[in-house]
Design a protein around this ligand. Structure first.
Ligand SMILES: [Zn+2]
Ligand SMILES: [Zn+2]
Length: 315
């Protein structure tokens, strides 16, 4: 199976996985993902607190790609470094952010990862209109610099703290239009960020209006990933603190609609929930969260939630 063709797979339920650390070697992260039952994964491709790092050696990239295949990881997403702020028009931040994004897109291509997920940025007082056009210019710069690359840049919705942009799907849609590269961009919807931005999708009616809002702004097929996070703070609080599934204000039941929506089954669902304090089993909480999400999936034709499908969880 081609890595580039891995997205857009047909299935009734989205593939689920988690953000995996790379401190044990980037080439070992797919095995770690598989060991906790993840079918998709997200990583930082480097120490995300540094601007410049050495290139990924070809043998490391090859080992990573082999491990992705060996462990049947369906989608790899790279989360861009938080240092990047395309919304700032001030130098040197603007220049560094552009170069940093080009670097992220190149590293994703080397690793065979189809997606780079980016927080659009903060305008820091310049205003939303100016901020959005600055972000769009920066994104176009990076996409032009990597022309022909199969890597897609996914804009993530923000929690709406400070002057961060992209908290509403309307703002993401404006960015999508301003960037004007539909073949190279898409969106990642973070459930915690959407919830603390005021979108209540915990009931069936609320969920339908949430999906309707996505459909009428960015479009359903534009959403390639979900970050599946419960929220420690309340609806509309704009406070971004992720909670384990069922341990926050969204609650376990709040994820049931999304887990059973065939309209969203093409997207990859990635946990960014708090990891465990036990250093020997840091991802035990992810395993619990994946079990919780899978327990919400109803079998086709109704009835009790189905057990997790063994065929996709070779160990
Ligand atoms: Zn996120
Ligand atoms: Zn967050």
């Amino acid at each position: 199976m081609s890595l580039w063709g891995a997205h857009g797979f047909p299935g009734a339920v989205m593939w689920l996985g988690a953000h995996i650390g790379i401190s044990g070697g980037i080439e070992n992260s797919p095995g770690t993902a598989r060991s906790i039952g993840a079918d998709v994964m997200q990583i930082f491709s480097k120490n995300q607190r540094q601007w410049r790092v050495p290139e990924i050696p070809p043998e490391t990239a090859q080992a990573f790609r082999s491990a992705v295949q060996q462990h049947s990881i369906q989608v790899v997403a790279i989360h861009a470094a938080y240092l990047i702020n395309l919304g700032s028009s001030e130098d040197p931040l603007q220049g560094k952010s552009r170069a940093g994004l080009v670097d992220e897109l190149r590293r994703a291509e080397v690793l065979g990862a189809p997606y780079v997920i980016l927080h659009p940025g903060a305008h820091k007082g310049a205003g939303i209109d100016q901020g959005l056009s600055t972000i769009a210019e920066g994104a176009r710069f990076a996409l032009d610099a990597t022309e022909g690359s199969p890597v897609r840049l996914l804009l993530e919705n923000a929690a709406g703290a400070g002057s961060t942009m992209g908290q509403s799907f309307e703002e993401l849609a404006r960015l999508y239009q301003l960037i004007d590269r539909p073949d190279r961009i898409g969106c990642c919807v973070d459930t915690c960020h959407a919830f603390v931005s005021g979108m209540d999708f915990r009931t069936e009616a609320g969920y339908e209006s949430f999906i309707g809002r996505i459909e009428s702004t960015i479009g359903l097929s534009t959403v390639r990933c979900f970050h599946l996070n419960d929220a420690q703070f309340e609806l509309g609080s704009h406070r971004d603190r992720h909670a384990n599934i069922g341990a926050g204000h969204i609650g376990k039941e709040g994820f049931r609609w999304l887990m059973n929506d065939p309209r969203m089954a093409h997207a990859a669902g990635i946990l960014e929930t708090p990891i465990s304090e036990d250093p020997d089993h840091p991802y035990a909480a992810y395993e619990t969260d994946l079990e919780t999400l899978r327990s919400l999936v109803r079998p086709p034709g109704g009835g009790a939630p189905r057990a997790r499908p063994d065929s996709t969880h070779r160990r």
